[in-house]
Design a protein around this ligand. Structure first.
Ligand SMILES: Nc1ncnc2c1ncn2[C@@H]1O[C@H](COP(=O)(O)OP(=O)(O)OP(=O)(O)O)[C@@H](O)[C@H]1O
Ligand SMILES: [Mg+2]
Length: 225
């Protein structure tokens, strides 16, 4: 059996006021694979990612995830905090207390991995949405993240940058052995992943082959449109 980088068993979670989101959710994402998480609005996708990242605590059940974990949000303006590209990636390394030379090397490697090496000194405000998302991903690569969790990273991007980003993450997963879980509503993105989960009201109702899930969801969209 392949090793799991993300392993969830019988996860239960309720909000403090009592609304239950997950009753008994279990899933595995194999190490070194790119999986996607789909589901209607309010089905629990963002909550699940936050539970995986340790930003929320389960009521019961078990979450095992390879550390360190990187998180990429829908809106990069909520994530990037420094004035320039290089400074932002370096900022994520502060806690590691590395020598300056090593910080520089990690920042350069990470920016090269997302094809932004030449923009190290560029102010963040001068970047496109897709470039900002790549800076956020570079931050995770610089920290040597084993797992990348991405919550609708393409929601604010135009169609060209959307497909560039998904291809970039697919390449990174293959070249660096990272494991990625990517939330999306966009069915065309399913062409780039190794597997997908379908969430409905906190229940995983389907999982596996992305082409099959895409067909299933296209039929649903066809009926509802
Ligand atoms: N901070 C919060 N406090 C209480 N309830 C919340 C909170 N955040 C989300 N919820 C509720 O939890 C449920 C799951 O929400 P979640 O944001 O995880 O869904 P989602 O699948 O990410 O939806 P979307 O596609 O709109 O992003 C919803 O019923 C939502 O209203
Ligand atoms: Mg969400």
């Amino acid at each position: 059996m392949t090793e799991s980088a993300i392993k969830v068993r019988d996860l239960c979670f309720s909000w403090p006021k009592g609304e239950s989101v997950f009753k008994s959710c279990s899933l595995d994402v194999p190490k070194g694979q790119f999986w996607m998480l789909l589901g209607t609005n309010g089905s629990g996708k963002s909550t699940l990612l936050r539970l995986l990242a340790g930003l929320l605590t389960p009521s019961s059940g078990e979450v095992q995830i390879s550390q360190p974990v990187g998180f990429v949000f829908q809106n990069p303006d909520h994530q990037l905090v420094m004035p320039t590209v290089g400074a932002d990636v370096a900022f994520g390394l502060v806690a590691e207390n590395l020598p300056q030379r090593q910080v520089r090397q990690r920042v350069e490697e990470a920016l090269a991995a997302v094809n932004l090496w030449s923009l190290q000194r560029r102010p963040i405000y001068a970047l496109s949405g897709g470039q900002k998302q790549r800076v956020a991903i570079a931050g995770a690569i610089a920290r040597r993240c084993e797992v990348l969790l991405l919550d609708e990273p393409t929601a604010l991007l135009d169609p060209d940058s959307q497909l560039d980003l998904v291809k970039q993450v697919q390449r990174l997963v293959k070249s660096q052995g990272i494991t990625a879980l990517w939330v999306t509503h966009r069915l065309d993105e399913l062409n780039y992943c190794d597997g997908a989960f379908l969430l409905e009201k906190g229940q995983l109702v389907d999982r596996g082959d992305p082409d099959r899930l895409k067909q299933r969801l296209m039929q649903v969209e066809g009926i509802s449109s």
